[in-house]
Design a protein around this ligand. Sequence first.
Ligand code: FMN
Ligand code: MN
Length: 482
Amino acid sequence: MPSRDLRDFIAALEEHGELARIALEVDPILEMTEFADRAVKQGGPALLFENPRGSRVPVLINAFASLRRMELALEVSSLEEIAGRLSELLALEAPQGILGKLKMLPRLAEVGSFFPRTVSGGPCKEVIRRDDFSLLDFPILKCWPQDGGRFITLPLVFTKNPETGKRNCGMYRMQVFDERTTGMHWQTHKHGAEHYRRLAALGGRRMDLAVAIGADPATMFSAVLPLPPDFDEMIFSGFLRGAPVEMVKCETSELEVPAHAEIVLEGYVEMGELRREGPFGDHTGFYSLEDDYPVFHLTCITHRQDPIYAATVVGPPPMEDFYLGKAIERIFLPLMKLQLPEIRDVSMPPEGVFHNLVLVAIRKSYPGHARKVMHALWGMGQAMFTKCIVVVDEDVDVQNVREVAWKALNHIDPERDIEFSFGPADSLDHASRLPNYGSKMGVDATRKWPEEGFTRPWPEVIRMSPEVRRRVDELWKLAGLP
Ligand SMILES: Cc1cc2nc3c(=O)[nH]c(=O)nc-3n(C[C@H](O)[C@H](O)[C@H](O)COP(=O)(O)O)c2cc1C
Ligand SMILES: [Mn+2]
């Protein structure tokens, strides 16, 4: 059985020695950040603050902040398992003959289990507060000294596409303005922002919104995934869990939220109402600048009898989000390969904070191939944000940044091998010439071919001959070397 909720996940973390309970009083204002930052950088456990200052609600931080914990979250022994399942699913072919069709049945049944199921009630409704509620009852963190206030950092924001009726779930941070209003920091390229624009174009006045905080780990992870528009993240969560996500209708709107969530915030944004949001110590390691974003008005809070508040802290890398991103990188590789089969591997080193640096190894087949791959990535979903793409040949291990730096820098003639382009920039990029718009750099660090105008010989990498290596293995011991 997959984790039904956050509690199941906490129990799993605890069972595997991946959780520390902290009974001391710790302040959600800055102090928890310092704990979380030290813990993740020391490879420490997830933290459950049982006694946050100013609130009776415990706080869970760093639940996804290691590869092992990501595996526990997705209930696999390696993320490659999920990539494998996804590849198999994508390879679904029309069955041949009766026997082939029969063999397909279990697969189809599996696909059926991905779809979310609407239920009539659930633990997230144990307490329903329509009048008497305040966000200030919750231990919402102020993460860094220059932050504009307290921020909800792990919210699952549910909206509906007003044109197609399809659901979206994205993770967009929310700055607490007062007891019943927050910011809604969906960046302009994200699906929530698109729903908002569509509704405005249709002449709508208000857009319903529901926010779940703390759910089963696969569902929480799904909110971060760069899925295509109108692809319901809850279906992907069903795929990850191998069981449907149970959804329950909100009290004040037609939206649905995960029935096993810890806390649900219901409300709306008013078209055209914007408010200054930020600054916020962000996952780039710098403060993201203040900007105007819609305002979320709460109409109702529902929660469990004894809710647990889930949070994350982002900041100078690596932090928890690096591990979420690493899981995305591993799980989505088969999807990338489906569109670009020449791709052997991809990596996003932590220092590149996802959008600044992508390293790609390809099997080069024709002149200009590296540049084709760069442009394909710049045209692929959220990879459009990538500021710098380095393309290397398939013999380079892109998971090893040192190897990439060594080989790529040897292989380039900068003026010839750098491709500049323009396009959308991540909203968090503070160096782009305009917000959300800037330049991109691709580095073709593949071996250059005569067909690309390179006629000089290309040297081989230095390797000792195997016979000598074997002989020195023995001599080494005889010489008494360690
Ligand atoms: C901890 C965390 C915080 C995030 N905060 C934001 C945010 O404030 N605004 C935003 O647009 N994206 C944010 N993201 C990234 C989005 O969740 C991600 O791009 C996701 O794919 C968006 O969903 P969508 O494609 O359905 O819009 C955050 C991601 C993580 C892991
Ligand atoms: Mn989406």
